[in-house]
Design a protein around this ligand. Structure first.
Ligand code: DP6
Length: 339
């Protein structure tokens, strides 16, 4: 019998960034990070168990439902993770993987986070294993995409959990606790020039990196308090400060990394103006040029309209906090048909 499972897992946006690792391959982070799991930007992945020893098949599903074999580094990273999951679960079967994203892949929108979270959860389910969310978080981390360890949970998430030997994530508040929106101004939708992995690798060469580690415990505490108290006036300045610092470190790493595009600065400036006009929205950026504006639902419309009008913004994606991954039945599998 073919065993299959389909999972939809969301991307997440970090308020305190994971930047720098002591073990890059297994994503062992230097510092804790805190993120918000999104609702609409998702990877949908179907994993089917094949016979023992059969070769893995990886296919990308297009918007019209057609599939094409994945290649290059994308395929290699997926196959390497399947290999780890096989070893961890003492299974010998090959897998067929079909995956699609609801948002531009490799545009600095954490497609690896949603992709590896969906892959991990679907593979374990297809194997008939039910390891629990902490273990799924640990397994997702082993993909090398640390942010995937956060995407297995919904709402507001801290990773790693303090004192967790296995470095898994935990939810610090559910999505219903506080509705926050993420209005993403896309200023660059092609693949980024320098991967997050290279960014992590170079981080410690920046003279600002050590200072960041000293500042982080206080900053993390402010973010935890802001989430608990649903206080955007407390959260906003901290998340913007942390994102700017990540880019400051990237720009002063050796060799230097410039993720920003000219339109990134224009969006940052527009958000400052909006705040002067009384609209509370705060910027964060991952390892890319796009800007995520974090705001309440009452400001979402105004922020989206204002950012869409900024020169160089190609599109605006509206997302918000969501409940985390979900299983889909076969009729809504990644290829749109029953498997
Ligand atoms: C800047 O190594 O998890 O987004 O695998 O590309 O998603 P991807 O990157 P990963 O590093 C994430 C770096 C970051 C900050 C963050 O999300 O914490």
């Amino acid at each position: 019998m073919r065993r299959a499972a389909t999972v939809e897992a969301p991307a997440n946006i970090a308020f305190i960034k994971y930047w720098g690792a002591t073990d890059l391959e297994r994503a062992v982070p230097v510092n804790p990070s805190i993120s918000m799991t999104l609702a609409r930007c998702v990877s949908r992945t179907t994993v089917t168990c094949l016979g023992a020893g059969e070769a893995d098949v990886v296919e990308i599903v297009a918007d019209d439902g057609s599939t094409m074999p994945a290649g290059g580094a994308f395929r290699s990273r997926i196959v390497a993770h399947l290999e780890r999951l096989r070893a961890e679960s003492a299974e010998a079967c090959g897998f067929e993987v079909r995956t699609r994203n609801s948002f531009p892949a490799a545009a600095g929108m954490a497609s690896s986070a949603s992709g590896f979270a969906a892959l991990t959860i679907a593979t374990m389910r297809a194997l008939g294993h039910d390891p629990g969310v902490a273990e799924l978080s640990r397994l997702a981390r082993l993909s090398g995409s640390g942010s995937a360890a956060r995407s297995v949970l919904g709402g507001y998430v801290e990773w790693p959990t303090a004192g967790s030997e296995e470095l898994h994530a935990q939810q610090i508040a559910a999505a219903e606790h506080w509705t926050l929106c993420d209005v993403v101004a896309l200023v660059q939708t092609g693949p980024k020039k320098v991967s997050s992995l290279d960014g992590h690798r170079r981080a410690a060469t920046s003279p600002h990196y050590a200072r960041r580690q000293e500042l982080l415990p206080q900053r993390l505490q402010r973010v935890r308090e802001a989430i608990e108290g649903r206080d955007l006036q407390l959260l906003g300045p901290v998340l913007e400060e942390d994102a700017i610092e990540l880019h400051l470190i990237a720009m002063s790493s050796q060799p230097a990394i410039f993720y920003w595009a000219p339109a990134t600065l224009r969006v940052l400036e527009r958000l400052r103006q909006l705040r002067d006009e009384g609209v509370s929205a705060w910027a964060t950026m991952d390892a890319g040029a796009n800007v995520h504006a974090i705001c309440g639902p009452e400001a979402e419309e105004a922020v989206a309209a204002a950012l869409a009008a900024v020169e160089g913004v190609e599109a605006v994606v509206r997302d918000r906090v969501g409940p985390g991954p979900r299983f889909l039945d076969d009729s809504s599998a990644a290829d749109g048909g029953a498997s």
